[in-house]
Design a protein around this ligand. Sequence first.
Ligand SMILES: Cc1ncc(COP(=O)(O)OP(=O)(O)O)c(N)n1
Ligand SMILES: Cc1ncsc1CCOP(=O)(O)O
Ligand SMILES: [Mg+2]
Length: 208
Amino acid sequence: MPSLGRLHLITDTRPGCDPLAVLRAALPVARAELVVQVRVTDGTTDRQAYDLARRVRALCAPYGATCLVNDRLHVALAVHADGGHVGADDLPVAAARRVLGVDAVLGATAREPGAAGRAVAAGASYLGVGPCHRTTTKAGLPDPIGPAGIRAVAEAVAVPVIAIGGVTVATVPALRAAGAYGVAVVGALSTAADPGRATAELIAALTC
Ligand SMILES: Cc1ncc(COP(=O)(O)OP(=O)(O)O)c(N)n1
Ligand SMILES: Cc1ncsc1CCOP(=O)(O)O
Ligand SMILES: [Mg+2]
């Protein structure tokens, strides 16, 4: 299995959130097991996304944590991020691979084995699979696929499957048992009273 981190922290840039404070709490705990995906709300300017991504990358570097940028691959290139993540409304996976280059980490969203296989054939190095469970963090999502949906994809591909959508420390064991290599979370860390402790609990559940 490649050395991709198992805990993917997706930045929460909604009003009232402080993604850099959450990251500062998570990094010393998760270190190189952390993958930080810079994801910004739609109204965010490229300049704001660049400024956030630059700061995230600088914070990640001393810990060996991976820095990815969601959707905006020009921002990923501009800050020398480790890679990016694309979904159905973004650049196609093959085009994203051409933009980022052969060595970059490239994630793609998939929720069923057919799409998963096509994404891997086009150059995805990991898959974000979900939503596993109900979530209010992103609107307009299809019905949750649950651990069974994760298993169907994990059995069809040879790249790491990262389960996403309503993931909490309580749901990690079933997702791992279904074949998930890791998980991606927004709310489980951004709304935690103690993000450092929440990180430790997630890492323990992912690596036991
Ligand atoms: C790890 C991971 N998995 C899935 C997604 C969702 O990507 P996408 O479908 O493109 O939706 P947006 O995040 O761009 O709104 C993700 N970001 N990360
Ligand atoms: C971006 C995205 N894509 C599918 S679910 C999701 C949001 C996940 O957020 P949370 O971990 O708070 O459910
Ligand atoms: Mg996207």
